[in-house]
Design a protein. Structure first.
Length: 501
């Protein structure tokens, strides 16, 4: 409801305007009369003097002079008043007085608000992820006490972002239903994303001063991380080949794809580290910092990909050991349900039969087998006990981890919907509802892969630059991929684009 103070403001301003107009008119007329007084005085005859006999040859009479002066006053007054009004109108249009209220801009349409909310979610998520990537490199240069404020800023930003994603997920599911409430939900999402960016922006300059006072130590840290990761990447290639032989082509292809992307990021990091070292040797600190920060981001993403291959191998081993027991337990749950007269989900028997056939047919994906088992029994009361509960938790964590890694290293192309579903999967897993979380994470991964295919490979240079752009390491504003991202929110994320190379 509009307050009485706000409602009364236009009337109050209008009253003052009217008074000012009246004062201006009176002043104009008075000023004009004042200017005309000397003319009247000069033309008016003296009342105390006796009348004089004028010559018949006088050119004009005193009455004619009086009429001329009087006739002059009115036009001058009118012109003065008109000038005041014209001046007032001009000032009114070009500069509103402090008491007036400017017309509010038109409210965005629902479609515009929807687009703004999606963009805000993506930007805030990118900012948080980039800030998290930089902290390990900063941690190698300082103590944990010094780094604590920056970790707290990332945590606060992550909290705001999580709340925004929760609001968006409910919005996407149709809650709330009232149009006004839905508009407010979008406002809340945009506001929380803005707050996430603000807390990161507030610390960005301070972290820059902490990290880039001397580029030499930071360059040494990045080069060391690169060398360690290059050795692990070679091991990940061997792991991918082993997974293909043990669990089948589908598993091997996914793992090999991660290794190839990791190598691409390392190629990019090699080029940027070399450029950073040359720039530092020449005293070109700005160029060195930009090249170094891009290398750090690429090394971080290569680390995510390599760690993902190792983690997948570990979880596949766990799943392979669990499948026989989970299958036996699922068949027992179905038998008890039939004995109790509980309706059995349609297709459950077929799903379990297909899994049992896979066990004897040769290499198979044990995580996919566990996924089918747990989903087939999700509506039965005994499905969340013992080995089946363990299986559901393993599948959910594996799927959520795969989706998280994919979004992290392709964030330059992934949209808001996939990110929102991933956030929902994490919340659901913590509930805990592992089967539902696995479904959400699988859908998030599918949408993220779709976004990447639709986005295509960016045309930005060579030496791994295209992958760095797709990964969000570079901001893709220039032909060479643009400036690197750094710790901070939307106000500071492109700040390393200073000067020219």
């Amino acid at each position: 409801m509009t307050s009485s103070l706000v409602r009364g403001r236009p009337r109050h301003a209008t009253a003052h305007i009217r008074v000012r107009i009246a004062h201006a008119l009176v002043g104009a007329v008075a000023g004009t009369g004042w200017l005309a007084l000397p003319v009247l005085a000069a033309q008016e005859p003296a009342t105390a003097a006796p009348p004089r006999h004028t010559s018949p040859a006088a050119p004009a009479s005193p009455r004619d002079d009086e009429s001329s002066a009087v006739d002059l006053i009115l036009p001058v007054a009118v012109l003065g008043a008109a000038g005041v009004l014209v001046a007032y109108t001009y000032v009114r249009r070009t500069r509103r007085s402090p008491g007036t209220v400017s017309p509010a801009p038109p409210a965005p349409t629902p479609a515009e608000s929807d687009r703004q909310a999606r963009a805000a979610l993506v930007q805030a998520d990118d900012s948080v992820r980039a800030s998290e990537e930089e902290l390990p490199f900063a941690a190698a240069l300082t103590d944990e006490r010094t780094l604590a404020p920056f970790r707290q800023a990332v945590h606060a930003a992550r909290t705001e972002l999580s709340a925004a994603f929760a609001l968006w997920h409910r919005y996407e599911e149709g809650e709330p239903q009232d149009p006004g409430d839905r508009r407010q939900a979008l406002v809340g999402i945009i506001g929380r994303c803005a707050e996430a960016g603000r807390v990161l922006d507030a610390r960005a300059g301070e972290l820059d001063r902490l990290r880039w006072t001397r580029t030499g130590p930071a360059l040494g840290v990045a080069e060391g991380a690169f060398r360690r990761l290059a050795g692990r990447a070679a091991g990940a290639r061997a792991t991918a080949s082993e997974l293909r032989g043990r669990y089948g082509p589908s598993v091997g292809v996914r793992a090999a794809g991660c290794v190839e992307e990791a190598m691409d990021r390392l190629v990019f990091a090699t080029a940027r580290l070399n450029e950073a070292r040359r720039a530092a040797d020449l005293g070109e600190d700005g160029r060195a910092v930009r090249r170094l920060r891009a290398a750090e981001g690429s090394v971080a993403q290569a680390g995510v990909l390599v760690a993902g291959v190792d983690r997948t191998a570990r979880r596949l081993r766990e799943a392979a050991a669990l499948v026989p027991a989970a299958l036996t337990g699922a068949e027992a749950v179905l038998a008890r349900a039939r004995d109790a007269g509980t309706p059995v989900p349609s297709g459950a028997d077929d799903a379990l039969a297909a899994v049992r056939e896979e066990l004897t047919a040769g290499p198979h994906d044990p995580l996919a087998a566990l996924r089918r088992i747990t989903r087939a029994l999700v509506r039965l009361p005994d499905a969340r006990t013992g080995v089946l509960d363990t299986a559901a938790d393993l599948v959910a964590r594996a799927t959520a981890g795969e989706a998280e890694d994919f979004v992290a290293v392709h964030r330059g192309a992934v949209g808001a919907e996939a990110r929102s579903l991933l956030a929902a999967a994490v919340r659901t897993l913590a509930a805990p509802h592992p089967v539902e979380a696995a479904v959400l994470a699988r859908r998030a991964l599918e949408l993220a892969e779709r976004d990447v295919r639709a986005h295509g490979v960016p045309e930005a240079g060579t030496q791994g630059t295209a992958g760095a752009v797709q990964g969000g390491v570079l901001l893709a504003r220039e032909p060479d991929g643009g400036p690197p991202v750094a710790f901070g929110g939307p106000e500071t994320r492109g700040r390393l684009r200073l000067g020219t190379d």
